[in-house]
Write a protein that binds this ligand. Structure first.
Ligand SMILES: [Zn+2]
Length: 257
């Protein structure tokens, strides 16, 4: 099964965003806490009830200001709090995943950064379990810039060694690989259950520049591979273009063809 939905509510707020997305024939939306977790648990519960009533799935994007690999303890602690706040709201909303960008290399050895992030994710999962929030799963994301931790192999290793889930941002992967990508090869490496992001994207030699509108032509190579695994995999895909709802609808229609 593949569920497709928009990143964000088109500025309507999550409650109206759910019904609006549903009216467009989609059953998934990512709630954007990208600029901060500005919602309380009561509101999260209300949103969760609306989602349940509509047989609608929610995921959450945690704030951008996260660096689990920072050498400054205070920054790591603030990052963990942002992730845990997102998970707590997610628990009350019955959201499936909390997506986040794990951290930055900052010129350090990649293995050192990997171990640091792994350690913090293990600690986060422990806290999440202790609080009983563990229906919500952490899903660190493939990042678009070479300066940011999170290529495909690092994430697959994290999943294996911590038990976390992963967010495969196919356009970030495309930008990291400077426009060369074989989706069949990528999908071969992936588990049967994963969360994903997709949109049009521009890049420089450093990787991602910006997300742009998603054209059917740009989606087609991925669409053709997704079509082959629609019945065997459990995939949720969020479109993050400047017009995420319109483009998510387009992706759904292309997949239905
Ligand atoms: Zn992201």
């Amino acid at each position: 099964m593949i569920l497709i939905g928009p990143g964000g509510s088109e500025g309507l707020g999550a409650e109206k965003g759910i019904t609006n997305t549903k009216e467009h024939g989609l059953n998934l939306m990512e709630v954007e806490f990208t600029h901060g977790v500005n919602m309380n648990n009561e509101k999260a519960k209300i949103i969760g009830d609306i989602a349940k009533k509509n047989n609608f799935l929610l995921t959450i994007h945690a704030p951008y200001f996260i660096n689990l690999a920072s050498e400054e303890k205070i920054k790591v602690e603030a990052s963990k709090k942002r992730i845990l706040d997102s998970v707590e709201r997610g628990y009350h909303m019955s959201a499936k995943y909390v997506v986040f960008h794990p951290g930055f290399y900052q010129g350090r050895d990649k293995e050192v950064v990997y171990q640091k992030i792994k350690e913090e994710i293990i600690e986060l999962i422990k806290i999440i379990k202790e609080n009983g929030w563990d229906k919500v799963e952490l899903a660190p994301e493939i990042t678009g810039k070479h300066s940011a931790f999170g290529d495909l192999d690092e994430l697959l290793r994290l999943k294996k060694e911590t038990g976390c889930q992963i967010t495969i941002d196919f356009s970030h992967l495309y930008a990291r690989n400077l426009g060369k990508i074989d989706y069949a090869q990528v999908i071969k490496k992936l588990p049967k259950k994963f969360h994903a992001h997709f949109s049009g994207i521009t890049f420089t030699e450093k990787g991602e520049r910006m997300h742009i509108d998603t054209t059917p032509e740009f989606f087609k190579p991925l669409r053709d591979e997704l079509k082959k695994i629609e019945d065997t995999h459990q995939i949720t895909i969020i479109n993050e273009s400047p017009q995420p709802l319109r483009d998510a609808v387009m992706m759904r229609e292309e997949l239905n063809k």
